[in-house]
Design a protein around this ligand. Structure first.
Ligand SMILES: *[C@@H]1O[C@H](CO)[C@@H](O)[C@H](O)[C@H]1NC(C)=O
Ligand SMILES: *[C@@H]1O[C@H](CO)[C@@H](O)[C@H](O)[C@H]1NC(C)=O
Ligand SMILES: *[C@@H]1O[C@H](CO)[C@@H](O)[C@H](O)[C@H]1NC(C)=O
Ligand SMILES: *[C@@H]1O[C@H](CO)[C@@H](O)[C@H](O)[C@H]1NC(C)=O
Length: 467
């Protein structure tokens, strides 16, 4: 799947540059395809061992990239490995090679690749590092959602919301539509008994939210046909949400009954995390490249990117999230993380500091306390720029097409913010810049969050509909 998508994306672009560039481009493509074909046969876990991400310097020409890739191919070509081995493959050299490329039209206007990833031994890595065209080399890291326990809820019993009705069973929706806390009396553990007012204007314009996650159960009734598949970058898994997390997040963004911005908001599912809620930085960057490319082609300026994973630090991952905002202008929302620690230690949460339009979100409970739960706590610290509801959040589930469940986490808080950005874009006449949207969702309601924020900005999500 990944292989096919990469080809599809590249062939569109290959025609654009001048002849010499086009031939250099297709040469690079051929080498990468050859390597990928070889690596496709390897065990998934094995192929992640000793895997590195390599980024070219900004502005490197396709001719230079061609030279670099040819040189690398001469060292670690699959044929070289095969010949060196006694029984077909030599263990050391056959496992080396390029496993994928970072896309193309995304950052370089069709003139080249931004980088690649693959397995290389220490001496090959040294030669990669010493290339004048290489900006950075980093180890590929596993990004994970952490613990998320889902509690099933019968959605049918909660009476569906239509857009004339203003009461809902999801406390977070009510909380974000009021400046002052109006849900202190409810019991979020029993959503079937909760009916609270959710105030908002009707949407006028179509908006799109890219959910970069475990996938989305797009057939769920509550999406009313507004969710669709974008792409799947997880090797060895189908185009299906096998975890539930991405479906839950998508429901909070745009479900008809449980979502912040229903009726005119579409969900595009981009799967980068597997059944266990884990994915490599390299896979997430590929997913983000696809989003940026789709965003350019789709020409839907009212779009939002939402990502929930977090983990070890990856400069490459930080960079691709920053580029989404800085070069493409797409507001992008990421979860702070659920380890109760300083969000500045995790990618991409730490990347948002000083970048207007890239927003890191922490979680609160229904009493406006920063979330400190039995098995998870909201990350805090200076890299957290705002808070939104994230404890016992009712949303959609994957067991059948009207299933629902409650979950907790900063992953549940972030889609409240993505949904609110989509909502503001859907009511504003004219396209609103990412930096302004960031200020709309976070600057109006301050000083609400209680507890130890560790230096996080005390901003709380408010859709400005009521006091
Ligand atoms: C790369 O270069 C272009 C044009 O030279 C510039 O607009 C862009 O901001 C640069 N990107 C980065 C990440 O430095
Ligand atoms: C790394 O791989 C190259 C190419 O297969 C080989 O020539 C070299 O000896 C290897 N170096 C180490 C340290 O294994
Ligand atoms: C949900 O509730 C409805 C109405 O009470 C009931 O008909 C349905 O069987 C329930 N579904 C599940 C999965 O329990
Ligand atoms: C939004 O981001 C959060 C946190 O990064 C993530 O958990 C969630 O899945 C994302 N939601 C959407 C709709 O992309």
């Amino acid at each position: 799947m990944k292989f096919t998508l990469l080809l599809a994306g590249l062939s569109l672009v290959a025609a654009a540059p001048a002849d010499a560039d086009a031939s250099a481009y297709s040469n690079v493509l051929n080498i990468i395809n050859k390597h990928q074909g070889h690596h496709a046969k390897r065990d998934l876990a094995d192929s992640a061992k000793d895997r590195y991400l390599v980024f070219f310097k900004n502005g490197t020409s396709i001719q230079s990239i061609n030279g670099h890739i040819q040189d690398l191919d001469s060292k670690v070509s699959p044929e070289v490995g095969a010949m060196a081995g006694t029984n077909g493959f030599a263990a050391t050299s056959s496992n080396q090679g390029i496993q994928g490329a970072f896309d193309v039209d995304a950052f370089t206007d069709g003139k080249g690749f931004t980088g690649y990833f693959g397995s290389f031994n220490s001496s090959v890595l040294d030669s990669i590092r010493s290339s004048p065209d290489v900006a950075s080399v980093e180890k590929d890291v596993l990004i994970s959602l952490g613990k998320h326990a889902a509690q099933p809820v019968n959605l049918t019993e909660l009476h569906k919301r239509d857009f004339q009705s203003t009461t809902v069973a999801q406390w977070g929706l009510s909380r974000i539509s009021h400046l002052n806390n109006n849900v202190q009396g409810v019991n979020p553990d029993k959503p079937s008994t909760v009916r609270v007012p959710y105030n908002r204007e009707s949407s006028k314009y179509d908006t799109t939210v890219y959910v970069v996650d475990t996938g989305t159960y797009v057939q769920h009734q509550d999406f009313g046909g507004r969710a669709r598949w974008g792409a799947n970058f997880v090797q060895g898994e189908p185009m299906q949400d096998l975890n539930g997390h991405g479906t839950h997040v998508s429901g909070t963004v745009a479900g008809s009954t449980v979502g912040v911005s229903g009726e005119k908001t579409s969900i595009v599912a981009v799967k980068v995390l597997n059944q266990k809620g884990q994915g490599y930085a390299s896979t997430i960057i590929q997913g983000m490249n696809w989003v940026l490319s789709d965003y350019q082609k789709a020409g839907q300026p009212r779009s939002v990117i939402n990502f929930s994973g977090g983990g070890a630090s990856s400069p490459g991952l930080d960079q691709v999230f920053q580029q989404a905002v800085q070069q493409y202008g797409i507001p992008t929302v990421v979860a702070a993380g659920n380890n109760g620690q300083d969000a500045c230690n995790e990618s991409p949460a730490r990347a948002s500091k000083g970048i207007p339009g890239l927003i890191t979100v922490g979680a609160t409970d229904h009493l406006d306390n920063i979330a400190v739960e039995q098995d998870w706590s909201s990350a805090k610290g200076q890299c957290v720029e705002m808070f939104a509801p994230g404890v016992t959040i009712l949303s959609l589930w994957i067991t059948n097409d009207d299933a629902a469940a409650t979950m907790g986490g900063t992953s549940m808080a972030a889609p409240h913010v993505s949904g609110a950005i989509a909502y503001f874009q859907s009511i504003a006449d004219g396209v609103v810049p990412a930096a302004v949207l960031e200020s709309w969702v976070k600057d109006a309601s301050t000083g609400k969050v209680k507890g130890d924020l560790g230096g996080a900005a005390n901003n709380f999500l408010w859709n400005r509909a009521s006091f």
